[in-house]
Design a protein around this ligand. Structure first.
Ligand SMILES: C[S@@+](CC[C@H](N)C(=O)[O-])C[C@H]1O[C@@H](n2cnc3c(N)ncnc32)[C@H](O)[C@@H]1O
Length: 334
């Protein structure tokens, strides 16, 4: 770093400020565990924990210093940009500098950029769901190492329709890092939840995130959780029969024209598979990036003799994410 580069000047400035300021103001807001006793997470904090873009900065500083951030830190790059901006705004409007902010910026300026980061989403109960994700949206040849908007949309929809999951065996296709399933398991009380994917790195990350959020195969809290390799291109009927799903869900699985055919064949198999009075229910949330690809999916459903209805009810916004993207939820049936 050269002596007049912006980060260098910022570090110098913050070191001078640090010497002048006793550790004071913020600490009184925090109890011994570092938690802020009268802190109800603000929208601003929710955006921060989920590494979202922000259009405005209030004065609240319990972000980088919050226990959620200490446990599941957003990427170094995100925290660096965030703290630099927050300090700039603070200097513009506040009379006293806040040493903790300078300490936190000092830490991230010295930290090495990593390929992995953590995002946290708060459930309506206030409990966090923490996920280890890759910083890059596509890495290791897969899109499955980050949470996509459709997964958050599907999770919000599930929160409003717990009856579709309660007491049932749920199979999720293309689970990725696991956001939707973890929310369903924590809130909607399924009896059994089977996460699935085909990519080895995704399955490994998925297993870590499931454990990180207190879910185990032994059935805690009240749900038996499994992670299985289910590749739509060569899944065996036996495996589907053994899983015996009542409800099948998937988020953002319609994006590659080359795999639409095998995905549709699998859905047809699942809808016929149970051989009991009631057919399983299938719900799919898709981000429509390319209408042609999405129409091709719907045409393939029709060719396979499957019908669908578009679920148009708006869902209550619980999680922060980019809502400009166009997302459609459908129920597929025979
Ligand atoms: C765009 S990501 C969506 C992940 C997650 N559902 C979400 O919305 O955050 C697509 C997921 O589908 C999985 N996938 C792609 N092709 C697959 C296949 N043939 N069999 C099983 N999973 C597949 C990928 O590994 C990836 O996890």
């Amino acid at each position: 770093m050269s002596a007049d580069s912006p980060p260098y000047r910022l570090v110098q400035k913050l070191l001078i400020k640090k010497r002048k300021m006793p550790h004071s103001r913020l600490r009184c807001l925090h109890d011994k565990n570092g938690t802020n006793s009268h802190d109800v997470p603000s929208n601003f904090q929710l955006l921060f924990f989920a590494m979202c873009r922000m259009s405005s900065f209030p004065w609240d500083v319990s972000t980088c210093l919050h226990p959620i951030c200490r446990q599941n830190p957003p990427s170094v790059k995100y925290r660096k940009l965030f703290l630099s901006e927050l300090i700039k705004r603070h200097e513009l409007y506040a009379s006293e500098p806040l040493d903790e902010l300078y300490d936190a910026l000092g830490d991230v300026i010295g930290a090495k950029e990593e390929t992995v980061c953590y995002k946290s989403y708060l459930l309506p109960s206030g409990e966090p769901v923490g996920l280890e994700e890759n910083v890059a949206v596509i890495s290791e040849g897969t899109t499955g190492l980050v949470t996509w908007e459709a997964a958050l949309h599907l999770a919000e929809w599930a929160l409003e329709h717990p009856d579709i999951f309660t007491g049932r065996t749920v199979l999720e296709l293309g689970s990725g890092v696991g956001l939707t399933g973890i929310v369903v398991c924590r809130v909607c009380k399924p009896t059994k939840y089977v996460f699935s994917d085909c990519h080895q790195s995704v399955l490994e990350r998925l297993r870590n995130n499931i454990t990180r959020n207190g879910l185990t195969e032994q059935g805690s809290p009240g749900v038996s959780v499994l992670t299985e390799e289910v590749d739509w291109q060569n899944v065996k009927k036996d495996q589907l029969r053994r899983i015996g799903a009542d409800t099948i869900i998937a988020a953002d699985v319609v994006y590659d024209p080359d795999i639409i055919g095998c995905l549709v064949r699998l859905l047809a198999e699942l809808l016929k598979c149970k051989g009991q009075q009631r057919h399983p229910e299938v719900y799919i949330a898709s981000t429509i990036r390319n209408p042609e690809t999405y129409n091709c999916f719907k045409n393939e459903l029709e060719k396979a003799g499957l019908k669908h209805i578009v679920i148009t009810h708006p869902v209550t916004q619980v999680f922060p994410y980019n809502r400009i993207v166009s997302i459609e939820m459908i129920k597929v049936h025979c």
